[in-house]
Design a protein around this ligand. Structure first.
Ligand code: FMN
Length: 310
C-alpha cells in the first residue's frame, strides 16, 4: 500500500501535487479535464482587495525552456471572488488555497480581514471554502519607495505580521527568488507565525525585440518560469529546508514525477506545479499517476522515507 499523503498545519493533502497560483485559474477551469480529487490541492489566481485589469501590452512570451509572463495580477477582487467562486470551492475535495496579493499594506490587511470574516460566516453554516492563505509578497510594490515587498526581509516582516494578525487560517508565505537573502526571508516568516513557506515565484527576466529595438513587455521586465528555473529553485528550496522548522512547498519548473521526487528529497513537504499546466492540461492527473508508478519502481512506499534525504 503506497502512502502519498502530506500534511501542513494539520491539513492533509492526498498527494504532494498542488497546482500553482496563476496557472490553474480558480480550479473549475481544469475540473473539465480531470476530477480535482486526483491532486493534493491548488492555489487560486492571486486576489487583491480591488479588481485589477492587469498589465497593458503583451503578457507572455515563450522561451527556450519556459516562459515569461507579465500578467500583472489581473483578478476580480476579493469581494467578487467570495460572492461567486468561493461557493464552488465549498464542494471541492482538495486543499483549497487562496493566493492573496496587494499593492499597499492596507490592501493586504483589509483583504485578509475580509477572507477571515467570510471564513467565520461559512463556519457558522458548517461550510468551508478556503483551507489556507498563500500570501504573495513576491511581486507588488510598497507605497513608500516602491520597493518590492518580497525583496527586503524587514519590509516583508511588516506585511507578514499584519496578515498573520488578521486571519486565523493557516498562512503560507510565497517567497521571491529575487529576495536579497531567501533564507533570512524564510526564517522571518517562521518567526512571524507563518505555518509554511512556498518558493519560488518567478525570476525577474527580459526579452528584447531586436527589430523594434525595445523590450517586448511594457514594463521592460517579466517573470521567468518553467524548466529553465528548476535547478536554481531546487537549490533555494534545499537551502530553506535546511534552515526552517516549518514545512516548505517547493516549486519552479516541475514537469515530471522525477522532478517531484527531487524537491521532496531536497526537503519539501509538498510541491507546486505551475507552467507545466499550460503544456499539459491534464498535468495533475498524469503527474499523480506517474508519481505512484515511479515510487513503485524505486521501492518507495511512503514519501516520508525520502523527504530531506539529500
Ligand atoms: C501566467 C502566470 C501567472 C502567475 N500568477 C501568479 C499569481 O497570481 N500569484 C502568485 O503567487 N504566483 C503567480 N505565478 C507564479 C507561479 O505560481 C509559480 O510560482 C511560478 O510560475 C514558478 O513555477 P513554475 O516554474 O512551475 O511555473 C504566475 C505564473 C505564471 C506563469
Amino acid at each position: 500500500m503506497m502512502d502519498t499523503t502530506c500534511h501542513i498545519a494539520g491539513i492533509a493533502f492526498r498527494n504532494p501535487i498542488v497546482m500553482a497560483s496563476g496557472t490553474f485559474g480558480f480550479g473549475h477551469e481544469y475540473n473539465r479535464f480531470y476530477p480535482l480529487d486526483r491532486i493534493g490541492g491548488f492555489s487560486g489566481k492571486g486576489l487583491t482587495l480591488h479588481p485589477k485589469s492587469g498589465n497593458e501590452g503583451l503578457r507572455s512570451w515563450e522561451t527556450a525552456a519556459g516562459m515569461l509572463n507579465s500578467v500583472g495580477l489581473e483578478n476580480p477582487g476579493i469581494p467578487a471572488f467570495l460572492s461567486t467562486e468561493a461557493e464552488r470551492w465549498e464542494n471541492y475535495d482538495v486543499v483549497r488555497i487562496l493566493n492573496l496579493g496587494g499593492s499597499s499594506l492596507e490592501d493586504y490587511e483589509r483583504g485578509a480581514a475580509l477572507i477571515e470574516e467570510d471564513y467565520k460566516h461559512r463556519q457558522q453554516r458548517g461550510k468551508k471554502a478556503v483551507d489556507m492563505i498563500e500570501l504573495n509578497i513576491s511581486c507588488p510594490n510598497v507605497k513608500a519607495g516602491g520597493m518590492a515587498y518580497g525583496i527586503q526581509t524587514e519590509t516583508a516582516r511588516t506585511v507578514v505580521g499584519l496578515v498573520r494578525k488578521a486571519t486565523t487560517l493557516p498562512l503560507i508565505v510565497k517567497l521571491s527568488p529575487n529576495a536579497e537573502d531567501i533564507v533570512s526571508m524564510a526564517l522571518m516568516c517562521e518567526e512571524e507565525g507563518a505555518e509554511a513557506v512556498s518558493l519560488v515565484n518567478t525570476f525577474s527576466a527580459m526579452k528584447i525585440d531586436i527589430y523594434k529595438r525595445r523590450s517586448v513587455f511594457e514594463n521592460s521586465y517579466a517573470g521567468l518560469s518553467g524548466p529553465a528555473i528548476k535547478p536554481i529553485a531546487l537549490r533555494m528550496v534545499h537551502q530553506v529546508c535546511q534552515s526552517v522548522h516549518i514545512p516548505v512547498m517547493g516549486l519552479g519548473g516541475i514537469s515530471s514525477a522525477e522532478d517531484i521526487l527531487e524537491f521532496i528529497m531536497a526537503g519539501a513537504e509538498v510541491v507546486q506545479v505551475g507552467t507545466h499546466n499550460f503544456v499539459d492540461l491534464r498535468a495533475g492527473e498524469n503527474l499523480s499517476r506517474d508519481l505512484e508508478n515511479l515510487m513503485r519502481q524505486l521501492g518507495i512506499s511512503s514519501l516520508k522515507e525520502i523527504r530531506g534525504i539529500v
